[in-house]
Design a protein around this ligand. Sequence first.
Ligand code: ZN
Ligand code: ZN
Length: 467
Amino acid sequence: MKKLFLLFFSAYCCCANAQTFKVDTLQYKGDVDKYINFVLVGDGFTAAEQGSFINQSKDFVNKFFAEEPFSAYRNYFNFFAIRAISPESGAKHPNNLAECANVSPKVPQSNPNNLFGSTFDAFSIHRLVVAMNSTKIQEVLSKHTPFFDQALILVNSPYYGGSGGTFPTSTLETNSNEISLHELGHSFAALSDEYWAGEQFARETANMTKETSTTLVKWKNWLNFRQTGIFDHDVNPIWKRPHQNCKMRFLGPSFCPVCQETIVKRIHQLTDPVVRFSPGNKNTISSQQRLLSFRLLELMKPQPNTLKIEWQLDGKTIFRNQDSIKLDQNTLNKGNHTLKAIVSDTTGNVRDAVFTSAQASIVSWIIDKTTTGLEILPDQQKIQSNISPNPAQGQTLISLELEQKNEVHIILIDAQGRVLETIQSGKLAPGKHGFELNTSQLPNGYYQVLFQVNSYRHSLPLLVING
Ligand SMILES: [Zn+2]
Ligand SMILES: [Zn+2]
């Protein structure tokens, strides 16, 4: 909530030098540092058209959550909408391609002064609507929602069109939302097209391979499930796809099982389902009470709830699938005991046991039973992280402060989730740590720094503008 307060503060009170827009919260599930933040930004909406932008945004959010597997992970997302105001209404359309004449209905020529320069006919393809001024988009996002994980541009045009890339776009035409969902497959989950997009896009990804063996292919766990197989690509059959009717091939159908699994893995990569628990601070708690409460106070639960919770005392399972338990201290011998709550997602969307167990979130408490009572030392701790300066020009400093000695992994990933650099891997002592990151070789744009401290995960966005 602290972050949200700051957001509203900055949205209304500061900085006369850059434009400030109102930010609407369309869905708020929790702390922006812990949940996944999607941000919708309008282009070609004038001040008078902001009501229409918000209605369209709500419509998009509904379509997004109607789509599998996002529907099951509704509780993992915050959605915000920035009411960016354009001087003039609509999208640009040069109307100078041969194919423009054959489009039905006809899209009139236009050249409005919109905020991000969104235009049809981008890269000589009529339906490719691209927001050309990505620097301006980055400026608006950094100012209003610097914590965003994924942004989408809604372009104020009633005609069919859209595009992918770091900032996917969609017009308001009904089928255009299908383009955004397809493009999110690329930008959120690094999926390949399952139509033949060209030799330059052919590479090994979660849903594209050259492997033909049914025992070795990366989606072997899905073969024969909902028509999943190993299918030739149209133009170059050396390359294989997992399905004949996936949203990564056609607009309309759902994501195939392999693409759904990849999206769910990405959601888990960005989140830890245990948000808050109790006892929740490092202070030693002495208790004379016979019954002690341990609670997982805030969990991100899929719908239906596929989280499995296992409570272990000294390695033995004592409770299952309860958010909170009571422990009777009369059952404990004097001395140290370890209580663990192990939370993992048993969703049918993922058939990768190694991934599921590696992603399990573990909260553990050390219970010291003394003659006078119990001392409880939660293993959980305050972890503070920061990136400054951000945006980075040439280099930046990633800092991390720990209360306890920990196994720490810090990696840099790009907007498609690809790992670019391991910044830290191994044990770190308590205290403050700083890591210089050289960004001069990175293309301008958005990146994420993922922190894993024991079983706790979170991410910070990093904007690189090398000028
Ligand atoms: Zn055109
Ligand atoms: Zn697919």
